[in-house]
Design a binder for this molecule. Structure first.
Ligand SMILES: Cc1cc2nc3c(=O)[nH]c(=O)nc-3n(C[C@H](O)[C@H](O)[C@H](O)COP(=O)(O)OP(=O)(O)OC[C@H]3O[C@@H](n4cnc5c(N)ncnc54)[C@H](O)[C@@H]3O)c2cc1C
Length: 364
């Protein structure tokens, strides 16, 4: 065993962290693709997370953050360093109670009686599942989180792409994000510190989102069409529209049109006759052309090369260059395919996953 891995296990012993060595990433990604990570640590509270981050910092070990792995394509060679997963207290979903406020004499309880127009705040851990947030909100009579139903990731992962569906995105409901940086320091991001653009990261890379607050309402602020759709109806629509095979959801972002709108990438791919196109175990779904699927035994290279073929064909036929929404791990230039380095991804993807690169002695 490498020295740093033994030292890691010792460093986190007794804290809310569980270390697994040589953990196959295929078990942690919805594509079911990815070789072993040197170490995978499930952290269940903030002190444990800080311990792991500080260990990595002090020992020059690279770290990666993974939620449900539903928006990533991981190399068959796996990941060198530590993969961090958030669970336990860091995946809880709660409604924030009225805490009162401070005045010069100290805390004063808030005696206002909430009415139906009072916003209600959910406080969720960075590892909380989006689908669970939608269910919790609905069960507690809150409106505005239905669109998250059936998205198979966590809110932390969702922040990385301002996840959304049915015309809404996290940027519409998230009010604050508590993050921990690579040194283990915590801060709260609010307002303009949070980006809210289509499928762009809401917080910068290298920060771990540990808590997110979302403002929902009791009164319905959605349009009539959306209002009629419950979380369950949304789930049913997804199951009907989405392929059953392993995937990472929509592979490409919907490109912008001249009039400022967006055209579905799937429509462009379909228009180029690419449905069913396959490279070994990877294929363009017949059901939804923007889903690249693992039809069985696909490896990283198969999906990666298929994505390049799709991009090249769409660009040739339409003049539009598609950008990947799915992130390749490790980053561009860090692995080779048969034909090329993974260096042709969009500039957004060049930023890589939330990962600590300090030191990068990565131990192996
Ligand atoms: C069948 C299917 C349907 C999908 N439908 C949709 C959809 O309708 N809309 C949509 O937007 N997406 C969709 N997706 C994509 C995906 O589910 C979302 O992007 C999801 O929010 C990713 O969350 P994750 O936990 O799986 O992130 P991961 O894939 O694990 O990670 C993605 C990125 O987020 C970073 N990250 C993870 N956790 C944190 C954290 N706590 N703090 C900071 N960074 C973090 C990772 O480092 C990585 O860079 C779909 C995927 C599938 C497979």
């Amino acid at each position: 065993m490498q020295d740093w891995r033994r030292a890691l296990s010792e460093a986190v012993a007794g804290s809310a962290a569980e270390v697994r060595l040589d953990e196959p990433m295929a078990k942690h990604t919805t594509f079911r693709i990815g070789g072993p990570a040197d170490a995978c640590v499930l952290v269940s509270d903030r002190p444990a997370l800080v311990k792991v981050l500080r260990f990595c910092r002090m020992n020059g070990v690279r770290w990666w953050l993974l939620g449900r792995g539903s928006n990533v394509l991981v190399s068959d060679q796996g990941l060198r360093g530590v993969v961090i997963n958030l669970g336990g207290k860091l995946a809880e979903v709660k409604e924030q109670t009225i805490q009162g406020f401070q005045d010069s004499r100290g805390p004063v309880p808030d005696t206002r009686i909430p009415d139906s127009s009072t916003p209600r705040i959910l406080s969720v851990g960075g590892g909380a599942a989006l689908d669970e947030i939608a269910s919790f909100a609905e069960q507690h009579g809150l409106v505005g989180a239905e669109f998250l139903a059936g998205i198979p990731g966590t809110i932390g992962g969702g922040l990385h792409s301002n996840a959304g569906a049915f015309g809404r995105s996290l940027g519409d409901v998230v009010t604050s994000v508590t993050v921990v940086d690579a040194d283990g320091n915590e801060r709260v991001l609010v307002g303009a510190e949070l980006r809210r653009e289509y499928r762009q990261p809401m917080v910068e890379d290298g920060l771990v989102a540990v808590e997110v607050t979302m403002e929902l309402s009791q009164e319905c602020r959605m349009s009539n069409v959306e209002r009629r759709m419950s979380a369950d109806e949304i789930r049913k629509q997804r199951w009907a529209k989405h392929p059953k095979e392993p995937s990472a959801g929509s592979y490409f972002r919907n490109p912008r049109t001249a009039d400022g709108g967006r055209v579905p990438a799937g429509r462009l791919i379909d228009g180029c006759g690419l449905k069913g196109k396959a490279i070994r175990g990877a294929g363009v779904s017949e059901k939804h052309a923007n889903f690249l699927v693992n039809t069985g035994r696909a490896g990283f290279v198969d999906v990666y090369e298929l994505a390049q073929v799709v991009k090249a064909t769409v660009e040739q036929e339409t003049g539009i260059l598609l950008e990947e929404e799915v992130q390749c791990l490790p980053g561009p230039g860090e692995f080779k395919t048969q034909n090329a380095e993974c260096g042709r991804q969009s500039s957004r993807n060049r930023t890589g996953a939330a990962s600590g690169r300090r030191g990068e002695a990565d131990g192996r």
